[in-house]
Structure formats: C-alpha cells, structure tokens
Design a protein around this ligand. Structure first.
Ligand code: NAD
Length: 344
C-alpha cells in the first residue's frame, strides 16, 4: 500500500481525501504542519507528498524529498508559484489540479464586490446592535458599470459571464486573449484607466508580480474597487494602502495576501498580529480580507481530492501524467511531454 504524506491538513480535507484514498488503496499520513525545510522530515517512509498553496516546495525541500526517495509531489491546488521547478526538474514530478471549480472562485469574487459595494459587512454589524440607520451605506448599481478582468482563463471566463449577466461592460487583459462577444481586450494600462471595478485572475509569475503597484493605481479611476482572489503578490500591499488612504481606491477585497503564508488558515485570535500592513488593511471599513477561501465549496473539495488521488494513481501505475507541470510547461508551454507523456 502506497503511503502518502499530506501537509497542512484541515478537517475538511480529510473528509474528502479519505473517501478517495480508500478507493485507490492509499494510506494517508495527515500532518497539520505546512511543508518546509523543518517539517519535510515527516514524509520519511512515505512514497509521495501532497501539498497546498502555502506549503513550500523550495530547493531544500526538493533535495530532502529526493534523499527520502520521494519522487512526486501532488499539489492539491491549481497554482504552483511555491515550487522550485528548476531544482525539481528531472528528479521530482510535480502534478496539480488544473481545474476543480472555476465557479467556486468566480462566485466568491462577485460576492466580494457586492459585499463591498453594498456595504453588507457593515450593515450586518449594525443591525446586530439594533442600529437600523442606513447612513453611509449607499452603493452603486453594477448595471452599466465597467469591470476590468486581468487574466481570462477558466476562472476569469466564468467571472466575465457573471458580470455580463449583471449588464456590465467587460474589459479584459490577457497576453493570450480569447475573443468573445461582449468582452473587449485592451492593454493593462487602458483597463486600469477605464474600469470601475478590477478583478485579478492571472497566475503569479515574474511578469505579473506586483502588477497592481503604485503606477497602476495612479492610472486607475478614482474610487475603483479592486478584488484579488488569485495570488497575494499580484498587489503591492504598501501601494494599495496608500491608494485606500487617499481615496483613489474606493474598496478592496483580498482573499489572498502577499505574506499570507504566515497567517492564513490558522487561528491568531488571542495574539497580537505582527504584520502591520495586514492589520491596517483589516482595520479599514472599505476593505474585506478573507483567508484564501474562494475555492472552498463542497464541489471543489471533492474535485480536488479526486484529481489529486487520480494523479498519484497515474504516477504509481507508470501512466502518462496529464496534470504534470514543470518549468518548461510554465514557460510558454515549450514542454511537449515527450517522455511517455510525462515532463521528463
Ligand atoms: P488559468 O490558467 O485557466 O488562467 C490564467 C489566465 O491568466 C490565462 O488565460 C493566462 O493567459 C493569463 N495570464 C498569464 N499571465 C498573465 C499576466 N501577466 N497578465 C494577465 N493575464 C495573464 O487559471 P485559473 O484556473 O483561471 O486560475 C487563475 C488563478 O486563480 C490561479 O493562478 C490561482 O493563482 C488563482 N486561484 C485562487 C483560488 C483561491 O481560492 N483564491 C483558487 C483557485 C485558483
């Protein structure tokens, strides 16, 4: 029976993974720790590792796994910016879940925009104290407004559908445009200049790192609402805080945060949070911070568990790995998976 070491386990992970592990005959070793140079030793004696968004598959972790004779890491997520591909290539296979529910993330994104625009978070708090005043809760209609979508892959496409359903004008920026009715592809600069709302759905790469920085914010419409459900480092938090302070940015919804690895998914309610920028953002009435939650639906969790265990089954069976990624895949798709339909 193959033994799988599962890092950063939460109760809802177990619920779905147990079902599929049983089906495939895997023994799961659930660890609460995040994967790092320190915790990697927990994988000793296992045949594979399952990791998530805030686990670190850096060079030291890759070397340690290889020393333990582990040659596969199954990411139970779509993004893979936390993997040192150069170190892994040729020795450690990295598989992922390319799509589990674009609806989960897209629906969460529109929920954030709606909540911020109609100030539902503030309204709920008020009513709990029997304060039924509407002062300060004025929003705007979404109908007729312009939304800018950065990254129009699986999630971006679903999000654009939702916005079109609201009767919004949709501007899009993506280096690989997928032309479609009702959507106008423009440069990133033009998108910033003309959008009332901006939603980020591109992966974190060298090119997209801090794509929303001081210059981009300066170029945006006054009062713009920005929502990031993609990866934290797409936004320069310091620049966002300045934009919020001077009113250039009217609202921000952050399901992801550049330094989230230190905090998200954990309970710090009894402690003094040491990240001043995060504390500042959480304290603002026109900012919503959630803990990388956009994916969290029953459908998504089931699909994640099913695809991850199927990825592992394919690996152990010596079959092609359609969900494998390497640095050549992520670099303009130059990897042709010529080695028995695997990256190497
Ligand atoms: P996808 O691969 O289907 O689409 C990504 C799109 O971004 C592609 O069309 C690509 O061409 C485009 N892109 C690449 N570089 C870009 C750039 N510099 N500027 C603009 N566009 C660029 O991915 P997806 O499934 O739609 O997921 C998008 C992102 O959402 C993932 O990379 C991941 O980081 C994030 N995500 C977050 C959660 C969450 O719970 N918050 C869950 C799943 C995915």
């Amino acid at each position: 029976m193959k033994k799988i070491c599962f890092f950063d386990t939460k109760p809802y992970d177990k619920l779905y993974f147990d079902e599929f592990a049983q089906k495939y005959g895997f023994e799961m070793v659930y660890c609460e720790s995040k994967l790092s140079e320190k915790s990697v030793v927990l994988a000793k004696g296992c045949d594979a590792v399952v990791a998530f968004v805030n686990d670190s598959v850096n060079a030291a972790v890759v070397r340690a796994l290889l020393e333990m004779n582990i040659h596969i890491v199954a990411m139970r997520c779509a993004g893979y910016n936390n993997v040192d591909f150069k170190e892994a290539y040729g020795k450690l296979h990295i598989v992922r879940v390319p799509a589990y529910s674009p609806y989960a993330v897209a629906e969460f994104t529109i929920a954030m925009f709606l909540m911020l625009n109609r100030k539902l978070h503030r309204a709920c708090n008020r009513v709990r104290e029997y304060n039924f005043s509407l002062a300060g809760l004025v929003g705007t209609d979404f109908y007729g407004k312009t939304v800018g979508v950065v990254g129009t892959g699986k999630i971006g496409q679903v999000f654009m559908d939702i916005c079109l359903g609201f009767g919004m004008k949709v501007l899009a920026y993506d280096p690989y445009p997928k032309e479609r009715e009702g959507v106008r592809y423009v440069s990133f600069e033009e998108l910033c200049k003309n959008s009332d709302m901006i939603s980020l759905h591109c992966p974190l790469t060298k090119e997209s790192y801090h794509i929303v920085d001081e210059g981009a914010i300066r170029n945006m419409k006054k009062g713009v609402a920005i929502v990031n459900t993609s990866r934290g480092a797409l936004i320069d938090s310091a620049a966002l805080i300045e934009g919020l302070k001077d009113g250039k940015v009217g609202a921000a919804g952050l399901d992801v945060y550049e330094e989230e690895g230190d905090f998200f998914y954990e309970d710090y309610s009894g402690e003094i949070l040491q990240d001043d920028e995060l504390v500042r953002l959480i304290a603002m009435p026109n900012v919503l911070v959630t803990s990388h939650q956009a994916f969290l639906t029953e459908e998504a969790l089931r699909n994640i568990a099913e695809t991850t265990t199927e990825n592992l089954r394919q690996y152990f069976a010596g079959e092609p790995l359609p969900n494998e990624v390497c640095y050549r895949c992520s670099k303009n798709n130059i990897c042709k998976k010529e080695h028995k339909d695997r990256c190497f």
